[in-house]
Design a protein around this ligand. Structure first.
Ligand code: AMP
Length: 216
């Protein structure tokens, strides 16, 4: 069973790896960031609540985020596995997820932690372009699309995220250190954590992840 969490600081490569993993293993990609951005684009109640918080780089409150994920994980397409990207981000979210996993009979069985030193992250974030349609990520210099400004995967126009600026990034990194990094110890204790070097290029990390997941 592939009930997986993808963890790592902003810019670690979670989104980049996630698109290839879900294509290969045919499991849903559950990115809370993508869900919030979609809600913002559609101007839903959730979107209006989350917009300012996200744009400045802060975390959406746990109760809102947990309810969203509980609902999503309960959908029938998660019965044969799922890939959580960007959730959990706090200890209370991780505790809630343990409960939800038990309740719905879909407990997490692997936590992938992508490690990248902080001095590399800002450059990755500053040059990042994303596809608002399918969630694929690119970098203007290190990982450009075949046609400038257009998604290789689905042909949609690429955008720069509003929170991919130096000011919001600093807050996101502080929130990562304070609230998310403690999850590494949490999942180590549960025996679920596997850490990977995220600095060796997309292909190398992908190969290592495929090797692990093919046997999961
Ligand atoms: P991401 O696309 O994962 O970088 O998420 C973008 C933004 O959405 C984050 O900076 C947060 O503001 C918000 N967000 C996404 N996931 C969570 C979460 N699990 N808990 C709280 N806020 C979140």
């Amino acid at each position: 069973m592939k009930n997986i969490i993808l963890m790592g600081p902003p810019g670690a490569g979670k989104g980049t790896q996630a698109t290839d993993l879900v294509d290969r293993y045919k499991i849903p990609h559950i990115s809370t960031g993508d869900m919030f951005r979609e809600a913002i684009a559609n101007k839903t109640e959730l979107g209006l609540k989350a917009q300012a918080i996200i744009e400045r780089g802060d975390l959406v409150p746990d109760d809102v985020t947990v309810a969203l994920v509980k609902d999503r994980l309960s959908q029938p397409d998660c019965a044969n596995g799922y890939l959580l990207d960007g959730f959990p981000r706090t200890i209370p979210q991780a505790e809630a997820l343990e409960e939800i996993g038990k309740q719905i009979g879909r407990p997490v069985n692997l936590v992938i932690n992508i490690e990248v030193p902080q001095d590399i992250l800002l450059d990755r974030i500053a040059g990042r372009r994303v596809c608002p349609q399918c969630g694929a990520s690119y970098h203007v210099r290190n990982m450009p699309p075949h046609k400038e400004g257009v998604c290789d995967r689905c042909g949609h126009e690429l955008i720069q995220r509003k929170d991919d600026n130096a000011e919001s990034f600093k807050i996101r990194l502080e929130n990562y250190d304070k609230s998310t990094a403690p999850l590494i110890g949490f999942y180590k204790e549960l025996g679920l954590l596997k850490s990977y070097d995220g600095t060796g290029g997309k292909a190398r990390l992908q190969k290592e992840l495929f090797e692990t997941l093919d046997n999961l």
